[in-house]
Ligand binder design. Structure first.
Ligand SMILES: *Cc1c(COP(=O)(O)O)cnc(C)c1O
Length: 468
């Protein structure tokens, strides 16, 4: 999370919440606070309704989640899911022995994903999100590489992981935290993600794995997982390096099985060792739940799995956290049960239809050039056309915010830092109606932007920044 500093000394004592007398019981006898400090722990309690009102009022200034086209994360669930989550808010996921039914729902979710991704014998677990799932998958790759090479290489050999420069930041974190060299393939021309040739070119005997993304955070495109696997099969034959693939399916692993069933990207490819997804993205659950699955027990070294007996029982776990809320797992099971395959297909298709038609309409405005069309992930990126000199993508993002629309503008990674784009992430709950309203607002503000003398400059530290 954001690294925060304490409050400046001058603010600590003096900055206080002014209480509307209407909220509180300003009763000196009760000893209740009437004007609590903002940066230090208040000396005495506050009435619950006054405390509630404070926090509630402050949060009103957050953006409207439904108009947030920056995030991939679920912003709408049906009321029944909310009720279920509220019922489970006191359950700790780690207490498998105390909450055996929650543990059982987690197991069923893993079994359903294993079936969906074509590896009925897969082993897996829930996580707080894809980031944790990727850490776990990366650790398994690193440990397997160590086992493979225990007696072949000196201890000083440095493991590396091959990926595109378009990876989500969690892979850079993994490499930094676990001391693995991140070998990133830069973007080149119109190639905005990893492909087979560029991936294999960076592999060597110390490559612990290749990460293929379904689909790219930057533009929603699918990386060619099957081609990458085939090229690695060749490499295995020629050089003897048997390099596994991890598929980062944070978004796409819950899109492709329903909308692109013919596309082979999952455990149908023997080289795919593990897959992660974010239950809280197109798994359609409120944040934070993710999933990590390994093809079979061989793909997940035994010594990484922990068994603790001090909560009773000794269920094996693989996780970075210990305690974690159980509500999201119950909500994931609810969503699976509620929608089934046909329901997921319908929901994801509707979302992709909105993305495609929106991309097409934005493309036909004449001001923009589409990088992607919303036909893989329901996500598309676009930039200003070459002839547009009056304004840039940062201006568009800033002006849309005046209308409440959050759409990020950001620059691409190496070697296409010259390219700045806008990205729209369509999600369940972003309806065709809302898309129409968005288009109407965009068309209206373009009339003004076209009159500008030139781009107003990229806002520093502005909240238009890239959201993963
Ligand atoms: C969102 C995302 C992640 C990180 O997932 P969280 O669930 O937010 O931790 C990792 N990889 C890709 C491709 C993503 O889109």
């Amino acid at each position: 999370m954001t690294l925060h500093k304490g409050a400046p000394a001058a603010d600590r004592k003096h900055i206080r919440h002014p209480v509307n007398p209407f909220y509180g019981e300003a009763d000196p006898v009760s000893g209740m606070e009437t004007s609590p400090p903002r940066h230090t722990l208040p000396e005495s309690p506050l009435a619950p309704h006054a405390a509630y009102q404070f926090v509630h009022d402050e949060l009103m200034l957050d953006g409207n989640a439904r108009l947030n086209l920056a995030t991939f994360v679920t912003t709408w669930m049906e009321p029944q899911a909310g009720v279920l989550m509220a019922e489970c808010r006191d359950k700790n996921m780690i207490d498998k022995d105390e909450y055996p039914r929650t543990a059982e729902l987690e197991r069923r979710c893993v079994a359903m994903l294993a079936d969906l991704w074509h590896a009925p014998d897969a082993v897996g677990c829930s996580t707080t999100g894809s980031s944790e799932a990727c850490m776990l998958a990366g650790m398994a790759l690193k440990r397997r590489w160590m086992h493979r090479n225990a007696d072949r290489y000196p201890a000083s050999a440095r493991p590396n992981l091959v990926m595109g420069a378009n990876v989500q930041v969690c892979w850079e974190k993994f490499c930094n935290f676990w001391e693995v060299e991140a070998r990133q393939v830069p973007m080149q021309g119109d190639r905005f993600h990893l492909d087979a040739d560029s991936a294999t070119a960076l592999c060597d005997e110390n490559t612990i794995g290749v990460v293929a993304i379904l689909g790219s955070t930057f533009d929603g495109s699918y990386e060619p997982v099957a081609d990458i696997c085939a090229a690695l099969d060749d490499l295995h034959e020629k050089k003897g390096w048997d390099i596994p693939v991890h598929v980062d399916g944070a978004s796409g692993a819950m899109i492709a099985p329903f909308l692109d069933p013919e596309l082979k990207w999952d455990f149908r490819l023997p080289r795919v060792a593990s897959i992660n997804t974010s239950g809280h993205k197109y798994g359609l659950v409120y944040p934070g739940v993710g999933w990590a699955l390994w093809r079979d027990e061989e793909a997940l070294p035994e010594e990484l799995v922990f068994r603790v007996n001090y909560l009773g029982g000794d269920m094996p776990t693989f996780a970075l956290n210990f305690s974690r809320p159980g509500a999201q797992v119950a909500a994931q099971y609810y969503t699976f049960l509620r929608l089934g395959r046909a329901g997921f297909r319908a929901v994801q298709q509707a979302t992709r239809d909105v993305a495609r038609s929106m991309a097409e309409r934005i493309g036909s405005l004449g001001d923009f050039e589409l990088l992607t069309r919303g036909d893989e992930l329901p996500v598309f990126a676009f930039t200003t056309a070459a002839h547009v000199t009056a304004y840039d993508v940062f201006d568009v993002s800033r002006r849309l915010k005046e209308r409440g629309w959050l759409i990020p503008a950001y620059t691409f990674p190496p070697d296409r830092e010259d390219l700045s784009v806008l990205r729209v992430v369509c999600r369940n709950g972003f309806s065709q109606d809302l898309a129409d309203l968005f288009l109407a607002d965009l068309e209206q503000l373009l009339q003004e932007l076209r009159e500008q003398r030139g781009p107003l400059g990229r806002p520093e530290n502005e909240a238009t920044a890239f959201h993963h």
